[in-house]
Ligand binder design. Structure first.
Ligand code: PLP
Length: 390
């Protein structure tokens, strides 16, 4: 059975060109980039190229790009650096819908005495900007706002927020993990001080990330060790993955420059409108305009998301649900709760996330297979029967 992979916000396929680019660094090019000999020096040159490609994708200069192990490390490094560099300030401002990868850090920091403000969103997933600006004070060390939400795809006005925050002399960080390769980014045009990226979300392998640090930003390294990354992150470089991320950045840039990512949006729209038309009591979570082109979160009321996933899996269709089932609680996700999505809709929410490898044939299979699945599940659902007055 062919896999129809619509879970690209979880991770993406490694592009074949990326595999080709990285393989020599897992075999013959095994030198250490810090070595004095040219065998290592050649590897250092490849890292330099990768750094330039990534800088080119986000409008940064190469020295502002620091390689890390993943998006989580980039986020953690940024927030800790901002706090350590501003020891007289204890306050952190973020949103209620950040990824668990950074949300847990705030929980840990607030236990250690930091005051954390979680800015709410409305029922469309839009950030309450007045609440954010009103919460800023002389005690605020850092504001961190994700650029786009991984569950709904809703995009936050990061450029506008960064300008406001910078005017008050506060460090501004954004988790751009879901945005890289999907939207053009130009850090030179924003006040963003630090920005997190993750390779595996845009067709590089897992285990490689980047933290962009604007020149002049006060910074304390998280990983203290050797002189790698100009002393900003110790540890011998994960060369193959760095080269891979550089290649993935080059491909992403070409794709964005040629505007070919737009096709992903057309497929997403076809999937979304067809499912909404064929399945009654279904709706999109979050605003539809200002959204990543590849993402849709659809609520199918009165059914369990996990049951939908299992039945789609029988057809090889991969997506994800809006429940925090990893906790074993089957609680609706904190993002949908923050948006006030009703319980009966949040439980039946499915996130579909496409990539440039998604085909129209695959979308047609989902449009064909999913409506009867929902119908079968509703036939078994006491909530559905109750709602329908049966
Ligand atoms: N931030 C966001 C918005 C994400 O979607 C993810 C991964 O899903 C992460 C951070 C974590 O990235 P990584 O898996 O590279 O640690």
């Amino acid at each position: 059975m062919n896999v129809i992979y619509l879970d690209n916000n979880a991770t993406t396929r490694v592009a074949p060109e990326v595999v080709d680019a990285m393989l020599p660094f897992l075999s013959e090019n095994y030198g250490n980039p810090s070595s004095m000999h040219s065998f290592g020096g050649d590897v250092a040159t490849s890292i330099k190229q990768a750094r330039e490609n990534i800088a080119g994708l986000i409008g940064a200069s190469a020295e502002e790009v620091v390689f890390t192990s993943c998006g989580t490390e980039s986020n953690s490094t940024a927030i800790r650096a901002a706090i350590e560099s501003n020891p007289n300030r204890q306050h952190i401002v973020t949103t209620r819908v950040e990824h668990p990868a950074i949300k847990s850090l705030y929980e840990s920091l607030s236990k250690k005495g930091h005051r954390v403000t979680f800015v709410p969103v409305d029922d469309h997933g839009r950030l309450d900007l007045d609440y954010l600006y009103d919460s800023l004070s002389d005690d605020t060390a850092v504001v961190s706002v994700m650029w786009a939400n991984n569950e709904t795809g809703v995009i936050f006005p990061v450029e506008e927020i960064s300008r406001e925050v910078k005017d008050r002399g506060i460090v501004f960080h954004t988790d751009a993990v879901q945005v890289v390769g999907k939207l053009p980014i130009d850090v030179s045009q924003t006040g963003v001080d630090m920005l997190s990226m993750s390779g595996h979300k845009f067709h590089a392998p897992k285990g490689i990330g980047v933290l962009y640090i604007r020149k002049g930003t006060k910074f304390t390294p998280f990983m203290i060790g050797g002189h790698q990354e100009s002393g900003r992150r110790g540890g011998t470089e994960n060369v193959a993955a760095i080269v891979a991320m550089g290649k993935a950045a080059e491909l992403a840039k070409t794709n964005l420059d040629q505007d070919s990512y737009r096709q992903v949006g057309q497929l997403r729209d076809k999937l979304e409108s067809s499912l909404l038309a064929r399945v009654s009591h279904s709706m999109v979570n979050g605003e539809r305009e200002n959204r990543l082109l590849n993402t849709t979160s659809i609520a199918f009321e009165y059914v369990e998301g996990e049951a939908i996933l299992l039945m789609m899996n029988e057809h090889g269709i991969c997506a994800s649900s809006g429940s925090a089932c990893t906790s074993g609680s089957l609680e609706p996700s904190h993002v949908l709760r923050a948006m006030g999505v009703p319980f009966t809709a949040a439980h039946g929410s499915i996130r579909f996330s496409l990539s440039r490898y998604t085909t129209e044939e695959e979308i047609d299979v989902v449009i064909d297979k999913l409506p009867p699945i929902i119908e079968r599940l509703r036939d078994l659902s006491p909530f559905w029967k109750e709602a329908m007055g049966a």
